[in-house]
Design a binder for this molecule. Structure first.
Ligand SMILES: [Fe+2]
Length: 241
């Protein structure tokens, strides 16, 4: 069995530092790894990234993250990534990593992802250059996730995104904004590999549980949804959590 702790949308700045840390200090007793589903900061500044590093660095378990849209806001992504990597946090973007756990090798492939919408209600690669560029971003991001998932050699495979791969976990959000919260292409990517669990954030008013068309369990771990420092998933023959 592999124990995964996960949370997204922690939106750390100076005011938030210290709020998660007491619960995080207990992680080595209850989890093999911590996965962060993006939107670590409020505006993606280097100084906010330092606050994230202070809160989520040096925890005693590996920490793996993707960035979210907020982490891109101030165009300081390279600086943000450097600050996080300096404290040992692994930042995934169209890439994957394998963690050796007592219960086996956990493979995590991650990408921020993008919007676009879901089957029957989605943007299409047609018309103005701006719309084509939008959908191209969606497609490229999803293809990168598919490639990263299929490249990992591991016992259990997890997909980590910020945007949602399914509409199920958006229930509670206004229907009008679904296309800005996720896209079906991420779900297709997850279904193209033997993925055991897909974790995402971004939908603060969404729902915790969903399933891809291919039957992969999806969990929205946005902090406002799970209402705790992190959720724990026990991955083995059966998913618990
Ligand atoms: Fe977000």
């Amino acid at each position: 069995m592999i124990r995964i702790a996960a949370v997204g949308d922690v939106h750390v700045d100076e005011d938030v530092v210290g709020r998660f840390r007491p619960a995080l200090e207990e992680l080595p007793d209850c989890a093999d790894v911590l996965l962060l589903a993006g939107d670590l900061t409020r505006h993606g500044t280097e100084s906010e990234a330092r606050c994230v590093a202070q809160e989520f660095g040096n925890l005693g378990v590996p920490v793996i993250t993707v960035l979210g849209n907020h982490d891109h806001q101030c165009d300081q992504v390279p600086q943000v990534v450097n600050v996080l990597e300096d404290v040992g946090i692994t930042v995934l973007e169209g890439t994957g990593t394998v963690v050796e756990c007592a219960g086996g090798r956990l493979g995590v492939a991650g990408v921020k992802g993008f919007g676009g919408g879901f089957a029957g209600r989605c943007a299409s690669d047609f018309g103005e250059p701006e719309m084509k560029s939008f959908v191209r971003t969606t497609n490229e991001s999803s293809e990168a996730l598919a490639k990263a998932l299929r490249a990992l050699e591991c016992d259990l495979l997890v997909a980590l995104t910020h945007y949602s791969p399914v509409p199920d976990t958006l229930a509670g959000e206004p229907l009008e904004i679904y296309p800005f919260l996720g896209c079906y292409q991420l779900g297709q990517a997850i279904d193209s590999a033997p993925t055991a669990l897909a974790l995402h954030g971004h939908a603060h008013h969404g729902t915790e549980r969903g399933t891809t068309p291919g039957g992969v369990r999806v969990r929205n771990v946005a902090h406002p949804v799970i209402k705790q420092a992190y959720s724990i998933f026990h991955l083995g023959d059966h998913l618990v959590g």
